[in-house]
Design a protein around this ligand. Structure first.
Ligand SMILES: [Zn+2]
Length: 604
């Protein structure tokens, strides 16, 4: 018995620790040391185990010959809003955080810091990724943004945390700390005073100190250089954004003296003007891969830009020289700079823009070495984790076809991405492989705990994240699920209440082309109820759907896939090969009472 256990232990150990990967014959760039090492990297258990000049004799494991290639540490975007991309004219590419994480990893961005998303969603996404090891750039996040009543951050219609006094700051930060945010994000901005009030200095100071006491780093969004100075003196870990005036020498010195990081966010304050001036920036294969033609078309159509967009890009054009000067002064002053695109804003793109951020830094006068460090080893240092090519670093690496030291634009010329020690099949990030679906019955509602016929849980969905106040109640009765509530949308936003079944939590879509449609036994007593087919191909939530007509009694419906339609956007072809699940959503722009009872749902 004992020897059997030992044998078992041995086998398990071999499986768990036996995964060796040797990258040989390559040129390894260490941005922290500003050194190039020629040789091989041995990766074991997802970490860099050895850096060698010659291949060890008798090496067993996967070997990759990288002759002529360049290896850099994985890239990091330290200022993102990971819901997706926006373009002029309300065009949007909604990715949501797990989707954005995939686009980023495709671009060689192996980690990102989300500095404001819906709190209830972003922490759940981060935990889900850490638990399941789901494919995508590593999620780090702040959760909400700390701001005052009516302050910057309250205008987006998603809930955030409001603090108007030191006592409120302490209480709210202690509460958020339970969710283990990677940083606390605070808005302290007197530059936008004519549009938004800001927290006072005492509240800002209390917030920084409350976070520090709990061992959490702070990132402060500033307006003016005076804001930066006061935040640094209060103990901020990092300052994000630049002011429209050149940074004073004394502020540079203060950054350096207090060892405070700068996340200048060059892309968000310059790129829209650059796109207008040089539309060829949009003709980029990497950008095309991670966006949609409709999104890029909205940027190309400069004549259709609205007044607000034009005003913004004119301001960018006028201020670019000053922004360049300030970031160069920060670098020359020895301040630790980190790349952050502020993607999610106009003119920035999840994943792709990180490459532009480095290019813009080099245009501003930083060396390619400095730009690379800002994207790799400095973020690692900030998080207290080795993000480099040192022994013990997590093996997040980007293999390039050409040297980024010769031309920083070569970071876009990606041969391979290695994430947590594994070579990533990058195409799968854009188009996950699909598997056939054979189970006809999705649910007959005989279980009473939201578990479907094949064990996956139904999710309850509401519109709180979009500012809605819809309600949803449910009960199981005699093998049916009854749901009722009120649809209460936010102004100019659709309300939503209902259930969805994400059939494969492992994130691989499935193929239902062996089936003809969906059969259900349902009674929609009141309210606009839609049955939706959730697919990977639809990225804007306008899923293929059908309206279930209201009736006093149960109806047996057989709805062919061909009858499901998109309602408000350019159609994405229904293929049946990239299905994620189904949803029963009451949805619309008008308030309404609703009630429906479902007895059975299946593919036929
Ligand atoms: Zn931001």
């Amino acid at each position: 018995m004992r020897s059997f256990l030992l044998l078992l232990l041995f086998v398990i150990t071999k499986i768990a620790f036996g995964q060796n990967l040797l990258l040989q014959n390559t040129q390894i760039i260490d941005p922290a040391a500003q050194k190039i090492h020629r040789g091989a990297i041995l990766i074991r258990d997802g970490k860099i185990a050895q850096i060698l000049t010659v291949v060890p004799k008798g090496f067993k494991g996967e070997q990759v010959d990288l002759a002529g290639k360049w290896v850099i540490p994985g890239l990091n975007d330290m200022h993102v809003h990971s819901f997706g991309n926006v373009a002029p004219g309300n065009n949007m590419q909604l990715l949501m955080t797990p989707g954005a994480a995939k686009m980023m990893l495709y671009c060689g961005v192996t980690g990102f810091l989300d500095l404001f998303s819906l709190e209830s969603q972003i922490f759940a996404d981060r935990e889900q990724q850490r638990k399941s090891g789901a494919l995508g750039a590593d999620i780090y996040c702040a959760g909400p943004i700390f701001t005052c009543t009516g302050g910057h951050g309250t205008e987006y219609g998603i809930p955030t945390r409001v603090i108007n006094s030191p006592a409120e700051a302490e209480r709210e930060i202690a509460e958020l700390a339970l969710k283990k945010p990677d940083v606390v994000k605070i808005v302290y901005d007197h530059a936008a005073a004519q549009y938004f009030p800001t927290i006072d200095q005492a509240t800002m100071t209390a917030a920084i100190q409350a976070a520090a006491k709990l061992g959490i780093k702070t990132v402060v969004h500033i307006g003016t250089w005076q804001d930066a100075k006061e935040a640094i003196l209060a103990g901020a870990s990092a300052i994000t954004h630049l002011y429209r005036e050149e940074i004073p020498d004394e502020v540079v010195a203060l950054f350096k003296q207090k060892n405070v990081y700068s996340i200048p966010t060059m892309t968000v304050v310059t790129e829209l003007a650059q796109i207008k001036q040089n539309p060829a920036l949009l003709d980029n294969a990497l950008l095309a891969a991670v966006t949609t033609p409709a999104l890029l078309k909205a940027f190309r159509d400069t004549a259709a830009y609205d007044a607000r967009t034009n005003a913004w890009l004119n301001r960018q054009r006028d201020r670019q020289a000053v922004f360049y000067k300030s970031v160069k002064k920060l670098a020359d002053g020895g301040v630790k700079i980190m790349t952050g695109t502020d993607c999610g804003n106009l003119g920035t793109f999840q994943g792709f823009s990180l490459h532009r951020e480095m290019q813009i830094m080099v245009e501003a006068g930083l060396s390619p070495w400095q730009a690379l460090a800002a994207a790799t080893t400095t973020p690692g240092e900030f998080f207290g984790q080795p993000f480099g090519v040192k022994i013990g670093s997590v093996a997040n690496l980007v293999v390039l076809n050409a040297s980024p030291l010769e031309n920083i634009g070569n970071t876009q010329n990606i041969a391979t991405v290695i994430h947590r020690g594994k070579v990533i099949t990058r195409e799968h990030l854009l188009k996950p492989p699909s598997h056939p679906w054979t189970q006809a019955l999705l649910d007959d509602f005989s279980k009473t705990d939201m578990t479907s016929a094949f064990g996956i849980q139904w999710d309850r969905n509401l519109d709180a994240g979009f500012g809605g106040k819809s309600t949803l109640q449910h009960e199981y009765r005699d093998g049916t699920l009854r749901a009722w509530g009120k649809l209460q949308p936010a102004p100019n936003a659709p309300g939503l209440a209902g259930f969805s079944l994400d059939c494969d939590k492992k994130e691989t879509p499935f193929d239902v082309s062996a089936f003809f449609g969906i059969r259900l036994r349902i009674k929609s007593a009141s309210g606009p109820l839609f049955l939706k087919l959730i697919t990977v191909g639809v990225t804007n939530y306008d899923y293929h759907a059908t309206l279930i007509s209201n009736s006093a009694d149960f109806q047996e419906l057989k709805i062919p896939f061909a009858q499901f339609k998109q309602f408000w956007s350019a159609p994405a072809a229904w293929t049946g090969k990239d299905v994620r699940g189904v949803a029963l959503w009451v949805s619309g722009f008008q308030p309404a009472d609703f009630e429906f009872v479902i007895d059975q749902i299946e593919f036929y």
